[in-house]
Ligand binder design. Structure first.
Ligand SMILES: Nc1ncnc2c1ncn2[C@@H]1O[C@H](COP(=O)(O)OP(=O)(O)OP(=O)(O)O)[C@@H](O)[C@H]1O
Length: 477
């Protein structure tokens, strides 16, 4: 029954020439003829499949035969000049419709097609059935400046997760840097994204500060595809985890800078906790409504004050609105904590520790609807110092020291889906993966980097100006 038990993949013949005992007696002279005919058919199929190579080659041969080599050189020159003119006139359309499609076809043939069956087999993505071997079908390749996107039709029995687990191995097999697998809207397909060049290699300069922050899309850096990375703060708390010098400070400062316009107009109040003695964040003092550092007891007090504000607001909004809308009279309260573990784990006074934990849990579990957001940075993402992870809908993993930490921070299976935070090099400070609740694949991002001068400048330009303003309070012992 030939239409049943058909595997929709590419069938690999067991041997290139599969000679079976002839049923009829075939005269010997007919065999070469048969091979010749079969070879011709295969050549024709190849010529049609690779028309973009054979077409110009045949046209060039025809011009050469008909008009000679001078005319051929003239035609080649004219085509080259036309391409250069297109590129100079409109580079974006030239790259999109002219250059990248050619690169994609070439890479499909030379990089992927050539070694496809062997790499699929060695990476464990081929299968065997009824004595035949099958490899997944390579559907198409798309290229841009940095990335190759390879669309593949999976074999029956495969899941996108199988491809996500193999993506890194595939990338190295094709001699590329980094690989990720993404689902598509078709359940039989998966898209592999291989990095040719790192678009995030260069430091991202401070971004323009909007006068009115868009809380649904705060621009904090650049994504791998070159687009700006926009963080949705509406309805979300943000957790940032990273080893020492991984650039946690640059994430916090990028966020503070994106909110600075709102600080000046009174739309945003920053309540900042710097338990490491105020070294990291003190430079932005003029922007902060509260600044607490060093002494755990005073930090517990400020956190409890935030809880009180949250409760009063919740009581006021009950029955009036389901979501808080920030105004200068009723601003968005953004609680920024550098080194969360210093508040939740490393405090020796158990009573104060419990007070801090209780206040943080309340802010995290009840603050979202009433306009209180928590942005917390963390160096050591072990479970015992991270009891609140699931209360942070947005999680950012910068460079981490161990593979297991990727899943601890970003959620189970994040590393398999491509968030290889442990492989971010030390030279790439400020590069990380962002996991969003409800979004399957993590996004790789480089956050903007603000120097001390930029931060001082930010403080001078966007210091709090609203009528109810008081000088920032320093909470000390
Ligand atoms: N986004 C960035 N782009 C380029 N370089 C960066 C970026 N962020 C940080 N760096 C570099 O890395 C260094 C350490 O950054 P940062 O202090 O923000 O790290 P951290 O994770 O907060 O460190 P710690 O855990 O010690 O507080 C900076 O001095 C800077 O040179």
């Amino acid at each position: 029954m030939p239409l049943i038990n058909v595997i929709p993949g590419e069938k690999i013949p067991v041997a290139p020439m599969n000679l079976r005992l002839p049923v009829w007696r075939v005269p010997g002279w007919l065999l070469p003829l048969w091979w010749l005919a079969r070879g011709l058919v295969r050549l024709t199929i190849l010529a049609v499949r690779y028309w973009w190579l054979t077409g110009p080659a045949v046209a060039a041969l025809w011009v050469y035969a008909r008009y000679g080599r001078l005319i051929l050189a003239g035609v080649v020159l004219a085509v080259t000049v036309a391409c250069v003119a297109w590129w100079r006139w409109h580079p974006a359309s030239w790259l999109r419709f002219g250059w990248y499609p050619v690169v994609a076809r070439w890479r499909r043939l030379w990089v992927y097609r050539r070694r496809w069956p062997s790499i699929m087999a060695t990476c464990g993505l081929a299968t065997a059935f009824a004595g035949d071997r099958y490899v997944p079908h390579l559907v198409k390749v798309r290229c841009d400046r940095y990335v190759d996107e390879v669309t593949v039709r999976m074999l029956p029995g495969q899941l996108p997760d199988d491809w996500a687990r193999a993506a890194q191995r595939l990338a190295y097999a094709f001699r590329l840097r980094d690989g990720q697998a993404r689902t598509t809207d078709r359940p039989d397909r998966v898209v592999l994204r291989f990095l040719r060049r790192d678009p995030l290699a260069a430091t991202v300069a401070p971004l323009p500060v909007p006068d009115v922050p868009d809380f649904t899309a705060l621009v904090l850096g650049v994504r791998e595809d070159g687009a700006p990375y926009r963080l949705r703060l509406t309805g979300s708390h943000v957790l940032v985890a990273g080893a020492t010098n991984s650039g946690k400070g640059s994430v916090l400062w990028s966020l503070i800078a994106a909110l600075a316009g709102g600080v000046r107009s009174g739309l945003v109040e920053l309540w900042v906790f710097d338990p490491k003695g105020g070294m990291e964040l003190a430079a932005g003092l003029p922007l902060f409504a509260r600044f607490a550092y060093d002494d755990p007891e005073s930090m517990a007090g400020v956190l409890e004050e935030a809880v009180k504000r949250m409760r009063l607001r919740a009581a006021r909004l009950r029955g009036v609105a389901r979501q808080h809308t920030p105004t200068p009279d009723d601003p968005l309260i953004v609680v920024v904590v550098d080194e969360l573990a210093s508040l939740t784990a490393y405090i020796s006074d158990r009573k104060v520790k419990e007070r801090i934990k209780d206040a943080l849990s309340l802010l995290l579990s009840q603050g979202r609807a009433v306009g209180v957001r928590v942005i917390a940075a963390l160096q050591d993402p072990r479970k015992d110092v991270l009891p609140f992870r699931d209360l942070f809908p947005t999680r950012i993993g910068l460079r981490l020291t161990e593979p297991e930490q990727c899943d601890l921070v970003l959620g189970d299976g994040a590393r398999d889906r491509g968030a290889t935070c442990d492989q971010i090099p030390e030279s790439a400070a400020g590069v990380g993966y962002v996991a969003l609740d409800g979004v399957r694949e993590p996004v790789r991002v480089r956050f903007s980097y603000l120097t001390d001068d930029h931060i001082r400048d930010l403080g001078r330009t966007y210091r709090r100006l609203c009528a109810t303003d008081q000088e920032p309070q320093e909470e000390t012992a």
